[in-house]
Design a protein around this ligand. Structure first.
Ligand SMILES: [Zn+2]
Length: 258
């Protein structure tokens, strides 16, 4: 039962994230105004607002103007639902207030990463408007993670990781005079450190570089992209961050025991 509720909640948040991504780009307000078709501006009715299902029922087309709706919409909704469920599973049946806080925090970080993933992929930009509020919220909730017993390293660790994560990209930015990476990557690196701590940051960066290289090679080999094409690296960093949220500790323990 809870699993179904969490899945549906994830779908709804995914639908909201689509709206956020669209409105950040079109610079409309995220909080006011009703959802509409981006092409004909027809205001969506209740049935058209149902995540994934409405896309399937309407066969991927707007009911009003018949123009096709981007696959981004159902994909983001479905991915959010799966990731929310995946984050929930370790807490299943142990949903105390404290655990719920940890879970909500994790859901928030996953949501931010979905936005960065899609936005950078589509527009080659990591927005300050997303990174700054996200970093602020992750930062102020940091002392609450440890419940009663405050661990100093638990609070300073992520701050040190944020400085190293940001510094890692700042260095590349300075060496390449801004050719390899953009300024957004520096802020993203700092946010990743804050979310993941040192070990998790290492796992996420490793993931982003390895998967980024593999995907890049496939795209170049398939002649879809050229060697010099712009790379939405924020997309890989966001994927790496979600990967490290889920598997960071397990991989580190395995690596340290090796
Ligand atoms: Zn339309």
């Amino acid at each position: 039962m809870m699993i179904a509720i969490v899945f549906i909640f994830g779908l709804i948040i995914g639908s909201f994230l689509n709206v956020v991504i669209w409105r950040l780009h079109s610079e409309e307000s995220v909080l006011t105004g009703r959802s509409h078709c981006p092409k004909c501006r027809h205001v969506l009715g209740p049935i058209e607002l149902i995540p994934v299902l409405s896309f399937l029922i309407q066969k991927g087309k707007c009911r009003h103007c018949g123009k096709s709706i981007s696959w981004q919409y159902p994909l983001v909704e479905f991915s959010a639902a799966i990731l929310f469920l995946f984050a929930y599973l370790p807490y299943d049946l142990r949903l105390t207030t404290y655990n719920f806080f940890l879970l909500a925090r994790e859901w928030f970080m996953i949501s931010v990463m979905i936005i960065v993933f899609v936005y950078d992929l589509k527009y080659y930009l990591i927005l300050d408007k997303i990174i700054y509020p996200a970093a602020a919220l992750v930062f102020v909730t940091l002392p609450l993670i440890y419940g009663g017993g405050i661990s100093w390293w638990g609070i300073f660790g992520p701050i040190v990781a944020a400085i190293l994560g940001g510094g890692f990209f700042l260095l590349q930015y300075l060496i390449s005079k801004g050719k390899w990476i953009g300024g957004g990557d520096i802020k993203m690196g700092a946010l990743m450190g804050l979310i993941l701590g040192l070990g998790g940051l290492g796992v996420a960066l490793f993931f982003a570089y390895v998967v980024g290289a593999i995907v890049g090679l496939i795209l170049v080999a398939g002649k879809i992209k050229k060697m010099k094409s712009q790379v939405p690296f924020g997309t890989f960093l966001a994927a790496g961050t979600v990967f490290a949220i889920f598997f960071g500790e397990k991989i580190l323990n395995w690596y340290l025991n090796f």
